[in-house]
Design a protein around this ligand. Structure first.
Ligand code: PRT
Length: 113
């Protein structure tokens, strides 16, 4: 059987897996252990993985960027599940921004003061 090509659909499957870990035994599931430690710990882990990704990028370590990005996305999926955010909500935000330049969007923001 041909090996399945990894695509962004893996994120939806990962989200479903981490959702299913709610209420699981923290001694047998890392995800359940994270939930049991609470929202601040989940947020802290996401921040740590973001920093580790940044460090690998600055070092020019391409493999490290790939590996730390996977950790980052996993922890982001856990944070979304903990916050009750469905991936579709984030996808809809991104879709609504398609075709709008980030520079135009920033210039259209109300001016402070
Ligand atoms: N993708 C991942 C994934 N990526 C990273 N990790 C874990 O994230 C942890 C990060 O490592 P760290 O050294 O930063 O963490 P740590 O020192 O153990 O933790 P802290 O004490 O700092 O909190 C490791 O335990 C990794 O194994 C993941 N754990 C789980 N998944 C996915 O989630 C699914 C469910 O996992 P369980 O909930 O463990 O069954 C798995 O089948 C995978 O698909």
């Amino acid at each position: 059987m041909a090996e399945e090509r990894a695509t962004a659909a893996v994120l939806d499957r990962l989200h479903a897996t981490v959702l299913a870990r709610k209420g699981a035994d923290p001694s047998s599931s890392y995800t359940a252990k994270l939930y049991s430690r609470g929202t601040p710990k989940i947020a802290q882990k996401l921040g740590e993985e973001a920093v580790e990704t940044v460090i690998e990028a600055v070092r020019g370590n391409r493999d490290g960027v790939v590996s730390e990005s996977a950790d980052l996305l996993y922890h982001l999926m856990v944070l979304w599940a903990d916050a009750g955010v469905a991936p579709e909500e984030v996808y809809a935000k991104l879709a609504a921004r398609e075709g709008t330049s980030g520079i135009d969007e920033k210039n259209a923001r109300p001016k402070a003061g």
